[in-house]
Ligand binder design. Structure first.
Ligand code: PMV
Length: 351
């Protein structure tokens, strides 16, 4: 689909006031998206696992108004920065949601994971808001098939936060055009279109909360620093190549090769941050201590336990269901001491 096809010419029947609800999961990228073009188009394709337990629940109340305005609450506390961000976002998607500026919105949002824990709350957050808007469109008379709803929600979520577009599907999800992934698009995400080996359908993800503070550098700033970055073109080419290789691995079930690519991708993402101008480092000494312990453990046991990182210090540990006990015992006995207050999230990919 092209951008034009998302422009809505439906004649909506406005409702005076009402309420819609949605929930959406977070996701963790295996091949990372880092670098973008206006309007929020990825510089390279990416693939992620959608998680099960890291969720955002959103209730959106709407009330007819002369002017668009938004109040966002996280739990009980009003979030002025988020309110402004969502208001700006709503204005930007008017061509696709024409009634959007005829309302005042009160948005109550609740994450199942600690805010600013480094878990991508913007992915699940924008995913849930996009689903709410689609539900509103349907209340106002637009008829959509399940597939149309998913694609449009993914398209709208992308305009809020790029990686959010991948949260609209379960399992493995691809965003960004790639010559070997049929139907892939820069505009929205699609489910990974090939049969996935069983071992990759049961992937566990334990997230070690190393640092629960606010991110020192936002991903918006990080993406911008890829413009003119000395390694940018090489990085984008590498991500395309890694997606191509990983696509085959996911179909054949080769865990060691999976681990090699996934860990490389995490380190490449952080290498881009460390080599940008100005440089920034989001890993903490404890992030490196965990990686070191993990590599030693793997050398001794040959366990299939691999790490990946988001734009933060926290570590996602990925392992197959059948090695759950060995992996978790190691995490509990050897790695939890590196977290802030022993905090972690037990999650898994959702299929
Ligand atoms: O969606 P954004 O703009 O917050 O970018 C997030 C990018 C990473 O999480 C670091 C990688 C990815 O592909 O999810």
């Amino acid at each position: 689909m092209t951008e034009r096809e998302f422009i809505s010419n439906h004649s909506y029947v406005d409702i005076e006031r009402g309420e819609v609800k949605a929930k959406c999961s977070s996701n963790i990228a295996l091949v990372k998206y880092w670098g973008k073009y206006t309007p929020q188009l990825p510089a390279n394709p990416s693939i992620s696992y959608t998680l099960t337990n890291s969720l955002t629940h959103t209730v959106l109340e709407f009330k007819k108004s002369d002017k668009l305005s938004v109040d966002v609450y996280l739990g009980d506390s009003k979030q002025d920065k988020f309110s402004q961000r969502i208001e700006k976002y709503f204005l930007s998607i008017k061509p696709y949601v024409p009634f959007i500026d005829r309302y005042h919105y009160t948005i109550h949002t609740q994450n199942s994971f600690p805010h600013s824990s480094g878990i991508a709350s913007s992915a699940s957050g924008f995913g849930a808001v996009a689903l709410c808007l689609l539900e509103m469109s349907e209340l106002f008379g637009e008829k959509l098939t399940n597939e149309q709803r998913r694609i449009k929600a993914s398209f709208l979520a992308r305009l809020g936060s790029g990686s959010a577009c991948r949260s609209l599907y379960k399992g493995l999800v691809v965003w960004g055009e790639h010559s070997e992934i049929p139907q892939s698009s820069d505009l929205y995400a699609i489910p990974f279109p090939f049969e996935v080996s069983t071992v990759f359908k049961e992937m566990q993800d334990t997230v070690l909360l190393i640092d629960e503070g606010r991110k020192e550098v936002s991903s918006t700033v990080g993406h911008r620093l890829m413009e003119g970055h000395f390694y940018a073109e090489a990085r984008f080419a590498e991500a395309r190549k890694n997606l191509s290789v990983l696509s085959k691995i996911l179909q054949t079930g080769d865990l060691e090769s999976f681990g090699r690519i996934v860990e490389h991708e995490a380190l490449a993402l952080h290498a881009m941050m460390m080599t940008s101008t100005p440089a920034f480092i989001l890993m903490k000494p404890t992030t490196l201590a965990v990686i070191d312990k993990l590599w030693k453990f793997r050398e001794e046991t040959h366990a299939h336990l691999y790490f990946t990182l988001d734009a933060g210090a926290n570590i996602h540990l990925l392992y197959p269901e059948r090695e759950k006990d060995t992996a978790f015992n190691f995490i509990k006995d050897e790695l939890l001491k590196y977290t802030k207050n022993g905090n972690f999230i037990l999650d898994k990919a959702l299929f």
